[in-house]
Design a protein around this ligand. Structure first.
Ligand SMILES: C[S@@+](CC[C@H](N)C(=O)[O-])C[C@H]1O[C@@H](n2cnc3c(N)ncnc32)[C@H](O)[C@@H]1O
Length: 262
């Protein structure tokens, strides 16, 4: 990016700058009332669970340079591919059920890529079984976020992502918690805990949720009447693959207790 970087703290800031490019975020609170920007669509805003293109734009502008190779192993309607193409990044998009010809059919638990070959990874995974993406039995969205298998299967994608990512490079993972049938599940914390086995934390972003089906008057009424909260935000975990020598100790099962004088 050339010249001054426009941030959302600039006095005349809006979410999109005059040249149709989004602002570069300067805080850990990101809020996008619409899914896309610019003259060409990024992904398909009719696709259930489509990612706000602004998020991917911000990640690639901060953590990649022109010509770098970006991977999205659960590419959905292809938002990552479209954002990357417009910014001169190369992109590989996989999905268990491809929605268009430039997305390759692949299960994210096994990536057909060399070790240390990718410059950045973005993942907006299913958050549980709240959205029916497709009928494929390998779709993570068939598993409930209350079931430990959901996290075990997603961890296979984390391990593969760590294998193919170049050391020192970044993975962004977007996820939301769940409140279903009077039960809260901290999906974000559970995903983060597993990500920490493979990656160091760069930062954690809070992304305002918009356009979900529960954002209606009747649901807001129910949330107050029955004393629960509607999900207002998603987590964006920005993680970094350690450099050689910085790797995490594997299976550190022995806990060393500290003793304190009474
Ligand atoms: C939240 S959507 C991704 C949205 C996408 N970023 C976009 O902007 O359109 C999650 C995607 O994960 C895909 N998926 C689920 N299980 C998968 C698996 N085992 N391997 C690859 N993709 C999978 C689903 O088909 C769905 O398209």
């Amino acid at each position: 990016m050339e010249g001054k970087i426009a941030t959302n703290n600039d006095s005349e800031s809006t979410t999109v700058k005059k040249d149709d490019r989004p602002q570069i975020e300067s805080t850990t609170l990101w809020d996008y009332p619409k899914q896309s920007y610019g003259k060409t669509p990024k992904g398909n805003n009719k696709y259930a669970g489509v990612t706000p293109a602004f998020i991917i734009y911000n990640l690639i502008m901060r953590y990649t340079k022109s010509g770098d190779l970006v991977l999205d192993p659960m590419c959905g309607s292809g938002t990552t591919i479209d954002v990357c193409k417009e910014e001169g990044r190369k992109a590989i998009g996989y999905d268990i059920v491809p929605t268009r010809p430039d997305i390759i059919r692949n299960d994210a638990r096994k990536l057909p890529l060399d070790d240390n070959s990718i410059d950045m990874i973005f993942i907006d995974s299913p958050y549980g079984d709240n959205i029916k993406y497709n009928e494929d039995p390998a779709n993570f969205g068939e598993l409930s976020a209350e079931d430990e298998r959901f996290y075990e299967e997603l961890e296979k994608t984390m391990a593969e992502s760590s294998r193919v990512l170049k050391p020192g490079k970044v993975l962004g993972w977007l996820i939301s918690d769940q409140w279903v049938k009077k039960k809260f599940t901290p999906v974000g914390f559970k995903i983060y805990e597993r990500l920490c086995k493979y990656f160091d934390t760069v930062d954690i972003i809070c992304v305002t949720r918009h356009n979900q089906s529960s954002n209606t008057g009747v649901w807001h009424y129910r949330a107050v009447k029955w004393n629960f909260y509607l999900r207002g935000f998603k987590y964006l975990f920005i993680m970094r693959k350690p450099m050689p020598g910085e790797e995490k100790p594997k299976d550190k099962t022995r806990v060393e207790w500290a003793r304190y004088k009474r």
